[in-house]
Design a protein around this ligand. Sequence first.
Ligand code: SF4
Length: 95
Amino acid sequence: MLLSGRLLAQYQEPPGQRTAVLPLGPGIHSRFVKIVLDSERCTGHGRCYSLAPELFDSDDEGHSVVLTPEVPDGLEAQARLAVENCPETCISLVD
Ligand code: SF4
């Protein structure tokens, strides 16, 4: 049985059976972390898209736009950096 992420954590093997854990391929996420941006509170400092340009961009007025709501593997550190450096605390990460 092929399982990934959250399903694998919840799966209980029947007695006497082994589950093959296969490596995740490109585009398959090992975790389900999503970026939530409170656009009402964004004042356009630009720290998020400067520090995490693969996850955020700016609109015409300099306010943040999330490029990829589901954080791809390998970009978790960028996402956390954006969260920690937003002066308005309007970026959060949820499972
Ligand atoms: S750092 Fe925060 S306030 Fe600044 S543009 Fe990004 S989301 Fe908006």
